[in-house]
Ligand binder design. Structure first.
Ligand SMILES: [Fe+2]
Length: 269
């Protein structure tokens, strides 16, 4: 076994879970005597006796921080991504250092386990907020807005009657969300249809086995610098200029690995 993998334990490099083995087992020194070598082999074979560290990284948005101007300012991205999102990542990593039983889970698994059937464990809020923000940044793109095309548009028309009706329902959901939270366009696996849901605080719809396609952050920190209390202006800017239907298309194509939508067919991008 190579111990160089420990050098990968860098929270700043990626959003994926990185596993490694704690060098403290051998004090970082070369083990030379036979007894110590036997001990090393014994420890190497026994996962129970191996300390595993897990870290999540702060993933960058898929565009420059000024790329969503003038609809979402660089200043907002600096505070929101560089401040709030970073704090959730750091808080989660600190919590995980103290909790062995959560090591080795994917982020989706971590969220579902810590949701704990509606009685969230302390790690849930940070874990879900990391996921939610990663997803939110990728739910927007420079030059976004407009409307979806092809199969995704057909699915929206099938489930909402028209794109105009979907748009009105999404905006209404955002404007009637009480307190901090999120608005989502999700694919419901069981019902095999699209729907709009609102969640409070950090709650993420994957805890109910829904497949998110789009999210909108309705925490005050996402709009206050640019729009003050004018939530309507923020939500309309998101719908008209920021929402990434390209991302939603990719997500619904992937979702078809789990959900047979039948007709209309969603074309493979
Ligand atoms: Fe946020």
């Amino acid at each position: 076994m190579s111990w160089s993998c420990c050098s990968n334990l860098c929270p700043s490099t990626s959003s994926f879970l990185t596993l490694g083995y704690d060098l403290k087992l051998f004090n970082g020194n070369k083990v030379s005597n036979p007894q110590a070598q036997r001990q090393k082999r014994k420890l190497s074979k026994s996962s129970k006796e191996t300390n595993i560290s897990a870290y999540y990284g702060l993933k960058s948005p898929p565009y420059k921080l000024d790329a969503l101007e003038p609809y979402m300012s660089q200043k907002t991205l600096e505070k929101h991504w560089g401040g709030h999102h970073r704090t959730y990542v750091e808080g989660l990593n600190k919590q995980l250092e103290r909790n062995d039983f959560l090591y080795g889970l994917t982020m989706d698994e971590l969220i579902k386990v810590t949701y704990n059937n509606g009685n969230p464990l302390p790690e849930f809020n940070n874990a879900a907020q990391v996921w939610n923000h990663d997803f939110f940044w990728e739910s927007m793109q420079p030059g976004g807005g407009h409307q979806p095309v092809l199969g995704l548009l057909q699915q929206i028309e099938k489930d909402f009657g028209s794109f105009t009706n979907f748009r009105e329902k999404f905006i209404e959901a955002a404007m009637t969300l009480f307190g901090s939270g999120w608005v989502w366009l999700v694919l419901q696996k069981e019902e095999k249809r699209l729907t709009i849901i609102k969640t409070s605080n950090a709650v993420n719809p994957i805890v109910w086995d829904n497949i998110p396609l789009i999210s909108l952050d309705m925490w005050e920190h996402s709009y206050y610098l640019d729009y003050r209390n004018d939530k309507s202006k923020y939500v309309n800017a998101f719908m008209n200029h920021l929402i990434s239907w390209d991302a939603a298309m990719v997500r619904i194509v992937r979702a078809q690995a789990f959900v047979n939508l039948g007709e209309p067919k969603i074309p493979v991008a």
